[in-house]
Design a protein around this ligand. Sequence first.
Ligand SMILES: Cc1cc2nc3c(=O)[nH]c(=O)nc-3n(C[C@H](O)[C@H](O)[C@H](O)COP(=O)(O)OP(=O)(O)OC[C@H]3O[C@@H](n4cnc5c(N)ncnc54)[C@H](O)[C@@H]3O)c2cc1C
Length: 404
Amino acid sequence: MCVLPGHGSMEVVVIGGGISGMASAYYLSERDGVEVTLCEQGENIGSGSTPRAVGGMRSLYSTPVHVEMSLASLEVWNGFEEEFGIEIDYKNNGYLFGVRSRTQYETLRGDIAMQNQLGAVTEFITPEEGTEHVPELKTENYMAMGWDPAASMADPHACLQAFSQLARENGVQILTDHQVTDVRQDGAGRARGVEINGGEREIDADYVVNAAGPWGHRVSAMVDVEVPITPKKRMTAIMNPEKEVPDDAPLFIDLGTGAYFRPWDMDRILAGGHFEDDDPTVDPDNPQSFQDTVDLEWADMAMEALMSSSDYFGLDTEIVRAWSGVYAITPSNHPIIEESVPGFVNNVGHSGRAFMHSPASGELVAEIAVDGEASLVDTTALRTDDGRDTRRQLPIPYTKDTYD
Ligand SMILES: Cc1cc2nc3c(=O)[nH]c(=O)nc-3n(C[C@H](O)[C@H](O)[C@H](O)COP(=O)(O)OP(=O)(O)OC[C@H]3O[C@@H](n4cnc5c(N)ncnc54)[C@H](O)[C@@H]3O)c2cc1C
């Protein structure tokens, strides 16, 4: 077995059966001579947060690397159903941001100029123009809007299944009930494979990819790289609004309150947000330990914020169903995509973006492992300083925007 990138056969183990792992496995398997095994600790793929996501994808971001990851990913998502013939409930409804403060106004205007320079078709519009997309907005509460007509939404569960189907067709072995309990390294420190379920089995590899989401820091610690990932709980709910939200309405985010909503099925909407500076704690040693519940206090705050956004919401708005999931957050709010030690590639820390950015992150993983370097986007802002996240200087201006 040859371990030189780009030459001969290569065996890769991907850890994690969420969207980051499945997209990584798929893009690796697209390369000649690469054999991929994906290990998922759960009984099924999608045991983490992927099926709990809201499914939004957009280029309205405040740092160039996120915009570039979005543009590259949207190109894939946009043509996905046609190219692969698999339904992912893709809707090109756009994204609308509502701005309430002078600071957000100036910041968003500058960000949209940056996004446009990178090729995004985002626009800075008036609240009145925003009502062309979300008719019942309370325009008096907003100073301006950010509009992304190329932004979209899809069903994250369907997207995960689609990538898994494509990966399997390319020969990827997907092993569930396979928890990676150690990463084996040779004398020089290069990753050489993984140990499964405490030694039940070992799998050799030339590359090991960590796509373990909120467990990413635990897997990375197996090669003594302490990646700074904190698991944080996020909640969302299906609601019956008081007035029907058009089926072609965009995903709306109120940057002032943090509330968002998007059309769902059967005239319902999916809504949520993050309203407090304090994050509900999730045991970092066991991210799955979070209570899959939505507390009443959160529901109250969500409803209050939604009612101030538009006339779709009022005292008779019903919550039909609610759930929660976990974001994997880094101090700089940027993911870590790098070969952290030889043969060990991290693809973790995506916060609220792993779903939308999975085509780009998967391709970057394939480039790093097979080509020896990333080229899809400049990954400087995605790399750590020996595991330390020294990237705090990256601007995170939307104080309530949990998606940034
Ligand atoms: C309410 C909510 C709304 C969201 N909305 C959006 C959105 O609109 N757009 C967007 O892009 N993102 C959104 N997100 C974020 C998105 O869900 C996550 O970023 C994404 O699902 C993370 O994918 P992942 O594959 O990195 O991790 P996960 O989906 O968590 O998958 C990690 C997998 O690794 C497995 N694993 C862990 N450790 C091991 C091990 N040792 N061995 C084997 N397997 C292991 C886990 O079991 C899990 O299946 C939202 C999240 C929430 C909670």
